[in-house]
Design a protein around this ligand. Sequence first.
Ligand code: FAD
Length: 502
Amino acid sequence: MTSSINPIKKIVIVGGGTSGWIAASMLSYHLKSNLCEIELVESDDLGTIGIGESTIPPVVRLIQNLGIDEQQFVQNTQACFKLGIKFIDWRQKNESYFHPFGVIGKRIGSHDFYQCWLKATMQGDTSPLQDFSPCSVMAEQERFFWPTQLQNTPIGGASYAVHLDAKLVVEYLRGYAYERGVKRTEGTVEKVTQTDSGNIEKLIMKDGKEIHGDFFIDCTGFKALLIEKTLGVGFEDWSKYLPCDRAVVVKTEAQEKRPPYTTATARKAGWSWKIPLRNSTGHGYVYSSKFCTDAEAKSTLLKNLDAPRINDPRVIPFATGRRKNMWEKNCLSLGLASGFVEPLESTSIHLIARGMDFFLRFFPDRDCDPTLIKEYNRRMTADFEEVRDFIVLHYCTTQREDTDFWRFCKNMELPESLQERIALFKGHGLVREGTDELFRSTSWQSVFEGMGIRPNKYCPRVDNMDYQEISDTLKMARQAIQSMVKNLPTHDEFLRQNLVDD
Ligand code: FAD
């Protein structure tokens, strides 16, 4: 019997930002170059967005899964380590909380840690939830060590991500993909032609050159040249849930002391980030143009810098939402071309890798079976919506009423899916968790707790356990984490011991 597979022999990636080079790296790792040619087209004239410095743990796994030496990658991208995010002034001014990576507590008997802790708080125990998170305690003391080497200790279950220089990441992955046979073409795409069936046929470059392919990946950033300008799939706008639509960004000289976390501080009309790298510190103010002018935003950002500036502030407008179809016909969109949710939880780079993981899982032949496309779009929509709901949670639970922006956030309309999540948590301390959810229960618990929302009840099954055992376990676990963490190197010592300053 002969196979009816009509294999893709050439994939063209348009765009050479982080999404384009992640796509090229992953394809070149998984496909044999003699079976499928990969060509990436990028425009030096247009350049890349050049931001995206904070990540989450799956991005480290992406690097490991590509067979890249992690230490070399960290060295080459001026990276520092990240244990989570410190949120300042979100619930009320002068209050802060931490959203850590990794576990928070370990099961007690057959019971979920959070439910046991909840019962303990209702019995008068005052131990903060974050005292049971290895990453929170490490971050508080600004300490760091490889979590993989701590596995069978009281702080096993810690996890980490990295803060990195976006331009250096692109350079690194470009080199990686080159070595594996990816062809790079420099130039600007001026026109895109389609076949009678509507598939993308070829790109016509400014110099007249034509580039044909069987399958195209749109990594053209906010331009969305193929998926929107050519195929017109449409955009689902989420600005009614997330009103921020601009960011102003700048870099300062590197700090002497680099904390192992991102800082996200609530401001008058949005929030600002601070991301320590080894060669510099990234700063940005994400704001809503309905509540703040560009000039005001720039002034707020510059006023709060604590080191000399090394470049000029740059304003970046953005739209929040997603493409109605992220895969259409013979075109997949990735990165900013596929959609964008503000970078409060550093999810965009991860969503690029996630998109590629699903694409490789649902890898088509030239027929691009609609059932594959439908399933891909369903999965990626679920991810985007989960990220959106989680980000909205940070805003809608505020108690702040000191500015128009925060009054709007406190009273805004919520997506139905988020309303359901909030009701489940408030009633029972439960979080919707499937095998494919991006944010685990501990993430939702951390933000709810940080924003002052505690469930009304704990799981009644916990009453089957002797309360003294719960109380003793909590006390011992808390002490064990504290005494282990205080013996770890500080993050700066760790960087000095493991990385060479250029
Ligand atoms: P771009 O970097 O814009 O690349 C687009 C590419 O397409 C370029 O190479 C360009 O030259 C090319 N191109 C466009 N048109 C043409 C044409 N006609 N012909 C040829 N080439 C063309 N993500 C995180 O994970 N963490 C963060 O902390 C984070 N912070 C962010 C802060 C802000 C304010 C914003 C806006 C985004 C942030 N992101 C963050 C998202 C992150 O920056 C992007 O996901 C990432 O950089 C990928 O961008 P991209 O490759 O899709 O687009």
